[in-house]
Design a protein around this ligand. Structure first.
Ligand code: SME
Length: 179
């Protein structure tokens, strides 16, 4: 059963996230590769809830002499074309990365500096993703086509799911960090 892609839209959200967290753990059993994890989690979360966009932006290091902050670069995702690179501190993703906290945006027009990748996006949630060394390795971004799609239950559910990276992913080599 672990290989199935579940549609959980008929369940209460908390129950859906609990089911999804168990499912993710089953599907990824024996896997410790971060990109495999991102691709699998993006697919499962996307199809569980049917949002507009579901995916990861990875933290990539740059030459510190010229760029004091790292960059967010697109990772595995499902949905329409995502922006390729986002600076720390910019948009919802860059703000979540820079501040290391989950950000819920009930209506994207009210978030100063929101970056439009798909004009159909109306609300958004971005969750920081930490690796086994406790360092920020990515953010997980979900966009919905209607306002107010995300709340605290989503934040808790998604934070639990991306906890897989801290618990399971092998220590990242420089190659994994995109240098
Ligand atoms: N809206 C995001 C950009 C990423 S896309 O939505 C996929 C932001 O403001 O950071």
């Amino acid at each position: 059963m672990a290989e199935l892609t579940l549609d959980l839209r008929d369940l209460p959200k908390a129950e859906a996230y609990a089911t999804l967290a168990t499912h993710v753990a089953h599907v990824l059993e024996g896997i410790d590769d971060p990109i495999a994890g991102m691709a699998t989690i993006a697919a499962l979360v996307h199809h569980a809830f049917g949002n507009l966009w579901t995916g990861f932006y990875r933290v990539v290091e740059r030459d510190r002499a010229t760029h004091p902050t790292p960059l967010l670069r697109i990772g595995p995702y499902q949905g329409t074309l995502g922006c390729l690179e986002i600076e720390f501190g910019r948009g919802v993703c860059g703000t979540a990365a820079a501040e290391g906290r989950t950000i819920i945006v009930p209506d994207v027009v009210t978030f100063p500096g929101h970056i439009v990748c798909d004009p159909l996006a109306r609300s958004e949630i971005v969750v920081p993703v930490y690796g086994p060394d406790g360092a920020l390795m990515a953010v997980f971004d979900l966009d919905a086509a209607h306002p107010g799609a995300f709340g605290p239950v989503d934040a808790a559910g998604l934070e639990t799911i991306v906890g897989w990276f801290g618990a399971t992913v092998r220590r990242l080599s420089s190659a994994d960090r995109g240098r």
